[in-house]
Write a protein that binds this ligand. Structure first.
Ligand code: CU
Length: 190
């Protein structure tokens, strides 16, 4: 009797340990596979950046960039200089970079950066609507016209807000930011 209880306790501890290990292991990957797990209804994605409020707001107006990333210090001028050099700032990023989901899963994209982004589906990755940030790549059709194009405007995400993407068909989908086109992610729907 005692032995059975002890064995159960041991089994429970093991399961708990395996569960916790799984949790911690999963959280830090840039490539997330939710398709192998219990069907998820929501897949979280974050947009990140490190805009420096002083220089961005001097160019683009008060409150364009909010200081949410402590110590964010990429100036407006640095961001453009790095993009022009073909080495865009990696602090502007969607996480994860790749994602596998089951059909029917909703993508919930949260802008945790300091400035606005777009999460725009494109056939093929390429340039956004600000030539000087495109590192020489031509603007993709889906970003053409910038926010004057209602299809682009409706994919805009403001700081601290979320957008949802539903109804993705099975197959591979590419998303990029039409402002900072090196922010890219691929979603595979199974
Ligand atoms: Cu962006």
């Amino acid at each position: 009797m005692k032995f059975t209880i002890l064995r159960s306790l041991l089994l429970c501890s093991c399961l708990l340990f395996v569960g916790l290990t799984g949790l911690f292991a999963e959280d830090h990957g840039a490539h997330r596979d939710l398709a192998k797990q219990h069907p998820f209804s929501i897949a979280p994605i974050v947009a990140l950046d490190e805009c420096d409020p002083a220089s961005f707001n001097a160019m683009l107006g008060a409150d364009f960039c909010k200081n949410v990333a402590l110590g964010a210090a990429t100036t407006f001028q640095d961001l453009f200089a790095k993009a022009a050099a073909g080495t865009p700032d990696p602090g502007w990023d969607f996480e994860p970079d790749t994602l596998k989901i089951m059909e029917g899963t909703t993508l919930v994209v949260t802008d945790q950066g300091g400035e606005p982004h777009t999460f725009t589906e494109v056939k093929k990755f390429g340039g956004g609507f600000i030539d000087a940030l495109n590192s020489g790549e031509p603007t993709v059709d889906e970003c053409e016209g910038g926010f004057k194009n209602v299809e682009v405007a409706r994919t805009r995400i403001l700081q601290g807000s979320q957008m949802q993407v539903t109804g993705l068909a099975k197959g591979t989908h590419h998303f990029e930011c039409c402002i900072h086109p090196w922010m890219r992610m691929t979603v595979e729907v199974k």
